[in-house]
Design a protein around this ligand. Structure first.
Ligand code: AMP
Length: 481
């Protein structure tokens, strides 16, 4: 099961309520998951969770938030298109142990969860969901039986292969962990009277907080009453930040691992023109995912930016009656052409990615019906030729159009007059992070971790590398302000 999610952790000094801040922060991460949302808080004696299917405002109302008492807490939004869409898989996930409870919010995907799960089942542990987060929970509980927290987390990390940004409540302690490759984003901010950790910096902004830094891959933070300790649990030589966060997933106003996503997208748009120049009357984005790229393309090419398509932002989940051309109706509900802007014109259409190719085909058909003379498609992502195993819900290899067709074949399939994808080198340069610190598995077919049946391009971390002495640093709110 592949999941895309957003996580939050909040820790306040002096018993200020955490639930409201988590609720606001989840709004800022709604783009990372629309299927379910949840909040867990702890007030020093009691843990409380509220979670459910749907968007943040579907799951929580004012009275609910007021009832969630606690000065420390975590939150989660989840998106999953491939099965697993059920309440048992909603997070935070709660597991009781010894005298207490742990709650976990996870963004990422383990590639060895099947093996770990069957091993734990053989030991008699019972699983209630089919999510890999429950595997993490069981492993942590097991280690906590005979280790202090930092060692327990480190022992757990030795077993996990894949991506995991985690916000965990171990009783009333907030614990934050980022996997040693830093695949999924995670950052730290200071807010009034406390700290926040979030998948994206926009969540810190929404709380009127101050961005402090990214969580270092392999780092663990433990928060309590207005201070935190940082433990460097394992140090990787190289990271594997997901390029798809920059291409599609993250909000453009987020700063991830030192790069403002908007700037990366602007540079990608410029590079796309340099790699695939074209003469046209206007450049038009597929809203919203193509907008920043189109601005960059327009700046570099001098071709006018003009909207040819409008998106209905209020569409949500809609039923379509059978008997009509369902797919075409679905596209028309979401997108409409601004006919006078494109009629008789040659246009460059720009989007973030082609996955299966069906969306681009439908959009180009729509545009051609409005009387467009030529449609030149330019795509920010290089061809996606391999599935993602590390937390982006993409498609199977069979479904990925670029896994089976060369550029000319895709061009014909989507009915474009020309098609240009950015190169992997162009993308890496535009993101501004060295290739050795990025995961481009979906674009190259070479992954940063060992995945059965796939190529691995990295030396794997040895268990002994987890056993270097712990480096520890303590930071408190008082010291900081
Ligand atoms: P298609 O080629 O028909 O599979 O659709 C590709 C479009 O879906 C892209 O232009 C994106 O805007 C969007 N998209 C890409 N990746 C994802 C994803 N992981 N989850 C949801 N939508 C996506």
């Amino acid at each position: 099961m592949h999941e895309e999610c957003g996580i939050i952790g909040v820790s306040f000094k002096d018993e200020a309520p955490a639930a409201l801040s988590i609720y606001y922060a989840l709004y800022a991460l709604q783009h990372r998951g629309q299927e379910s949302a949840g909040i867990t808080v702890h007030d020093g004696t009691r843990v409380q969770t509220l979670k459910g299917m749907g968007l943040v405002p579907d799951v929580f109302n004012k009275a609910d938030i007021q009832k969630l008492k606690g000065y420390v807490g975590i939150g989660h939004v989840r998106y999953s298109t491939t099965g697993g869409s059920k309440i048992e898989n909603c997070q935070p996930l709660l597991v009781s142990f010894k005298s207490g409870t742990i709650a976990i919010a996870h963004n990422g995907n383990l590639v060895n969860s099947k093996e770990l799960r069957s091993e734990l089942e053989k030991e008699g542990r019972i699983f209630l969901s089919d999510s890999d987060t429950e595997v993490i929970a069981h492993l942590l509980v097991k280690e906590l039986m005979h280790n202090e927290l930092p060692d327990a987390v480190r022992e757990m990390m030795k077993r996990l292969v894949g991506s995991y940004s985690l916000a965990i409540l171990v009783d009333n302690r907030l614990v934050i962990v980022r996997d040693p490759l830093g695949v999924k984003p995670l950052c730290l901010g200071r807010i009034d009277n406390g700290f926040v950790v979030a998948s994206e910096s926009v969540a810190i902004d929404i709380l009127n907080g101050e961005f402090m830094r990214d969580i270092v891959p392999g780092e663990m933070l433990i928060f309590s009453n207005g201070s935190f300790e940082s433990h460097e649990l394992v140090k990787s030589k190289n990271y594997a930040h997901c390029v798809f966060e920059y291409i599609y997933f993250a909000r453009p106003d987020s700063v991830i691992d030192g790069q403002l996503v908007y700037d990366a997208r602007l540079r990608i748009g410029k590079a796309l023109f340099e790699e695939h120049p074209v003469k046209a009357d206007i450049i038009s984005p597929v809203p919203d995912s193509g907008i920043t790229y189109a601005i960059g393309f327009s700046k570099r090419s001098g071709i006018d930016y003009m909207e040819g398509l409008m998106k209905n932002r209020y569409i949500g989940r809609t039923f379509i009656m059978p008997g009509q051309d369902m797919r075409e109706t679905a596209v028309r509900l979401k997108l409409n052409t601004i006919k006078p802007n494109i009629e008789g014109k040659s246009i460059v259409l720009i989007d973030d990615s082609i996955v299966r190719g069906t969306t681009s085909r439908r959009i180009i058909d729509l545009i051609r019906k409005a009387g467009t003379r030529e449609v030149h498609m330019r795509v920010a992502s290089p061809p996606i030729i391999s599935p993602c195993y590390l937390g982006i819900d993409m498609a199977t290899r069979e479904e990925l159009v670029a896994a089976h067709k060369a550029v000319k074949g895709v061009e014909a399939l989507i009915n474009a007059d020309s098609l240009g994808y950015l190169s992997i080198e162009g993308l890496v340069k535009a993101i501004g992070i060295p290739m050795d610190d990025l995961c481009v598995g979906c674009l190259s077919g070479i992954y940063p971790v060992e995945i059965p049946g796939e190529k691995c391009g990295r030396r794997q971390l040895k268990l002994s590398e987890f056993d270097e002495p712990l480096k520890k640093e303590e930071i408190s709110l008082v010291q900081q302000t």
